[in-house]
Ligand binder design. Sequence first.
Ligand SMILES: [Zn+2]
Length: 637
Amino acid sequence: MVGLHAPSSIPNFAFFIFCMKNILTALSLLFATAMFAGETYWQQHVAYSMDIDVDVQNHQFTGKQKLVYTNNSPDELKRVFFHLYFNAFQPGSMMDVRSRTISDPDPRVGDRIAALAENEIGWLRVSTLTMNGKPVSFTEVGTILEVDLPKVIAPGSKTTFEMTFDAQVPLQIRRSGWMNKEGIELSMAQWYPKICEYDHEGWHATPYVGREFHGVWGDFDIHISIDEKYIIGGTGELKNPQEIGYGYTTRIVARKPVNGKLTWHFVAKNVHDFVWAADPDYIHQTAQVPNGPMLHFFYQSNELYDANWEELKHYAVEGFEFMSKNYGNYPYPQYSIIQGGDGGMEYPMATLITGERNLRSLVGVTIHEAAHSWYHGLLATNETLYEWMDEGFCSFATSRTLAHLFTDPMKKNPHQSAYQSYLSLARDGEDEALITPADGYMTNKAYGVAAYSKGEVLLEQLGYVIGEEVRDAALLAYFEKWKFKHPTPTTFKRVMEDVSGIELDWYFDYFVNSKHTIDYGIKQVEGSASNATIILERVGEMPMPVDVVVTLRNGNSLPINIPLVSMRGNKPLDVDGMQFELAPDWAWTNPYYALEIDIPISDILSIEIDPGFHMADIDRDNNRLDLSANTNFIFRN
Ligand SMILES: [Zn+2]
């Protein structure tokens, strides 16, 4: 047929070995060049010291903050910005208006912000601010403090900002707040004036509208004075358990409160945020991960759920072991699993989760948030722009870890539900491209499916493109190269290319930057007593390499891999326990491909594209051709 790819003989094991050699060379090159690749990368640094004094009666606190800011950028900074997240919880705020105008509001928010009373709204007010001891003027604009500097911050220099501030904790609406629905008194996320990130893309003075964060790497030294009856869990290590009469493993009643308050001292190094929660009724327990962090559990006793929290410990320990082995070694000394917030939310070295859940749900949310220690905590992408690298990769790790922890049908294909939810939205045409900024999706549904499900599919499907084991090795290489930094889609792609030896521009260009969908089909088969020609069709707009398995009537099968020209290589050919043969590349512009095999057509029982269901193919009806039941083939001679 005209325009079809010229077929050639298929088995080519010499080429396969050549490719494997390339992959190994690429692996060693990656590590050799890592030291050079970092030369153009820079990131800002913060060192926060804060003294916080909490009034638990009216949910207010005062704070003093000293921030040593290091400008590692090559740029002179004329302005700086701080986040004042609590200001979002006021009627008329951007978060309030967005929630009341989006077609499918998050039920946790809805119109609840608009209904907040004066003593229930949140606010964070900076009263004084100095730069290297000199007063600076500033303007509060919603959730952002705009600061014009009297003197530029020179490249490579350190600047000290000192501020005093007051705050009112909002009634719990989203993530932070007092009195969540399970009765936790203080969930303290996004609670302090936090300098915005400045990176190679400039300032990220992103208003708090609802979703996702981006923070500056650095160190936190935090003192929190609070009513002596309260127990605090949070980011970082507690430095003074003896002073407050509170041990990690035992409660010591030797408290020395001052005016009815105790001061908790936490230190966290090399993180980009600090969360805490406080409640007088917290039970505190611990579990040690072998060769890993101490896990801390903070929850209120509830006879319906206490047994689940008890069980959670060993699942969490095993989960951390699995994730450290597969996604990179967890480097911090501790991790706290804290009942609080409004579902599950990730923070460095800690999570706030709701706790009144069945065991599977409690383990599921804990593992998801803990997996964020890798995909957010350590590989800190700007989630406001690249939410799929945060939620999607985290969902991928969650599915795998849960499949490891629970023996159930999920274990066979842990990513099945992610594929289903992405494909169903794509079929309906309601999906939005992954490149959409987190707050910019037209619906919450499209955001959720894109960030979580399509992001998970992107990573699982990448294993189909470059090989599962190569993908897994590349994830570890990505962790080693980009932990404690801000990776971007391009830096991620580069690691995947380096480790696999395969060019991947096309994969990210289509799957991230467009809504193009994948659909491959078997058009027809024709053949003779000596051979067969299978005509494959690219129906969808997105090109992909194609795995085809031809099953013969004698029970044998012939698995074949057709790479794309754009890949400039191919994956290892052992897939799902089968040894694939390599076919010539498919140039994506051609909608058809003729696959010639030296097998009599009468010997063929069936032909299937991607029988392992690794490809996000929106129409699988055309993926399989059963020659015993189907007449769509031509027998020549
Ligand atoms: Zn998440």
